[in-house]
Design a protein around this ligand. Structure first.
Ligand code: AR6
Length: 179
């Protein structure tokens, strides 16, 4: 199932929440700042051991003070002008995060998993919201189609802003109708 909700991702008790991280895996502002400050010092310490993460990729940590079980730190692209592989890099963030989540499901023998994404790159990194939403939904749908086993993962796009929530509702509706 792929759904959307409006709210603060840091308060959710889903299996995994995704962080819109920076490539140093350091606390920043936005959703990343909120995740690090709620999770506590343990998260910073674990992230220091990971030696960063390339743009378009993702790494998983424990969740410490958060209510979820794990955090996936996905590093979205900084949007320059659309000619610097921003789309491909954003797509690869969603794809790689899903792959990590699926490995976790297998490793832990989970029958179900809830995976919450924020709108990666659309804040400080400046990715146009509408296009980012289309890429996010399309990437998740494509992966689920190619790997039906991954359907044990319920994906929830968690929107902080009403504007994003409206975009995701519309985009998901399109897929329900047209597949
Ligand atoms: N829950 C869900 N979504 C949120 C929350 C929240 N608590 N807070 C903000 N958002 P941004 P980026 C939304 O700027 O563009 C950091 O400094 C927000 O409305 O957090 O990927 C990192 O360390 C927006 O739609 O991330 C990086 O350096 C979305 O989260 C850099 O910012 C992403 O906005 C990453 O920039």
């Amino acid at each position: 199932m792929i759904t959307t909700l409006k709210g603060d991702i840091t308060g959710l008790d889903f299996t995994i929440i995704v962080n819109a991280a920076n490539k140093h895996l350091l606390p920043g502002s936005g959703v990343c700042g909120a995740i690090f400050s709620k999770a506590g010092k343990g998260l910073e310490e674990e992230c220091q051991q990971l030696h960063g993460c390339p743009t378009g990729d993702a790494k998983m940590t424990k969740a410490y003070g958060l209510r979820c079980d794990r955090i996936i730190h996905a590093v979205g692209p900084i949007y320059l002008d659309g000619n610097h592989q921003e789309r491909e890099l954003l797509e690869s963030c969603y794809w790689n995060s899903l792959c990590l989540a699926y490995s976790y499901v297998r490793e832990q023998n989970l029958e179900k998993c809830t995976l919450a994404f924020p709108c990666i790159s659309t804040g400080i990194y400046g990715f146009p919201r509408e296009e980012a939403c289309q890429i996010a939904v399309k990437t998740v749908k494509t992966l689920m189609r190619q790997y039906p086993d991954a359907k044990v993962i319920d994906v929830i796009f968690v929107c902080y802003l009403q504007e994003d929530y409206a975009l995701y509702k519309e985009e998901l509706k399109k897929y329900e109708i047209y597949g």
